[in-house]
Design a protein around this ligand. Structure first.
Ligand SMILES: Nc1ncnc2c1ncn2[C@@H]1O[C@H](COP(=O)(O)OP(=O)(O)O)[C@@H](O)[C@H]1O
Ligand SMILES: [Mg+2]
Length: 242
């Protein structure tokens, strides 16, 4: 078994340059370093505007960084530095190892909720299409999405309904690294509990998770450790053993 952490972030820097505001520079990530091992859930904490979502987008390869390393060590023994990786390498890594439950669902028009969820499992190449659809239906049922909605495109769904489609998509295929940006923000208590269960199952299966959890109850339930954004180093606090 690979003993390296799945995620190894070293001295990550990112500055936004606001071209519409005379090139104003906004340093957002200032030497962020953290690691996440298999089966661990690291919670990013800190006030709004500290770069939590920006870090998530860097971890998914959506944003570039200005310096440092963002190493993803996969079970096949390969290491990819997302700061240096070519777009094709990022896409290939996403397909086989990464999942991202973003704050907002981005979907193609006319694609049904069931297909949006099944598609991730199909593109990961681990299941045939029929099985992927069955797994998608199982997850949508578990998340209490009314069956009448499964065949409809999620564009007109409520915030909580869209979020559950997004969650089902993130959890349908096992990922080595799972990124969760406020996954329970618009969910009721019953569905928050389902998400906590899904996170615990993913940890037990060995997935490394980085999450932003506004809801302290959810964070306390799932986080193995917290990393405070924007704080002077050392920024990691260890959760006391219960
Ligand atoms: N694409 C962007 N372009 C310019 N500034 C951005 C962009 N995304 C985020 N920011 C700024 O970076 C800072 C951190 O934002 P964000 O990562 O969303 O923080 P958090 O998730 O911790 O609330 C904020 O000041 C925000 O305005
Ligand atoms: Mg955010």
């Amino acid at each position: 078994m690979n003993k390296q952490p799945v995620l190894d972030v070293r001295g990550l820097h990112k500055t936004f340059t606001l071209h519409l505001r005379e090139g104003l520079r906004l340093p957002v990530l200032n030497a962020v370093s953290l690691t996440v091992a298999r089966g661990e859930c690291l919670a990013l904490v800190g006030p709004s505007g500290q770069g939590k979502s920006t870090l998530m987008k860097c971890l998914y390869g959506s944003y570039g960084a200005d310096g440092g390393q963002l190493l993803v060590n996969t079970a096949d023994g390969a290491t990819l530095d997302l700061v240096q990786a070519a777009p094709q390498q990022v896409i290939a890594l996403r397909r086989r190892a990464l999942a991202f439950v973003s704050q907002f669902l981005r979907v193609l028009p006319r694609v049904s909720a069931l297909e949006v969820v099944a598609e991730r499992a199909i593109s990961a190449g681990e299941t045939d299409e029929q099985l992927a659809r069955e797994q998608a239906a199982e997850l949508l049922a578990r998340l209490n999405l009314p069956q009448g909605l499964w065949g409809l495109p999620p564009a007109t769904f409520s915030g909580g309904e869209q979020q559950r489609v997004n969650i089902a998509r993130g959890f349908i295929a096992p990922a080595e690294l799972l990124l969760l940006d406020e996954p329970t923000a618009s969910l009721d208590a019953m569905n928050r509990r389902v998400v906590i269960e899904l996170i615990e199952e993913a940890k037990a299966a060995g997935t490394a998770i980085v999450g932003i959890f506004h809801d302290e109850e959810v964070r306390d339930a799932v986080a193995s450790r917290c990393h405070t954004m924007g704080a002077p180093t050392p920024a990691e606090t260890h959760k006391e053993a219960a």
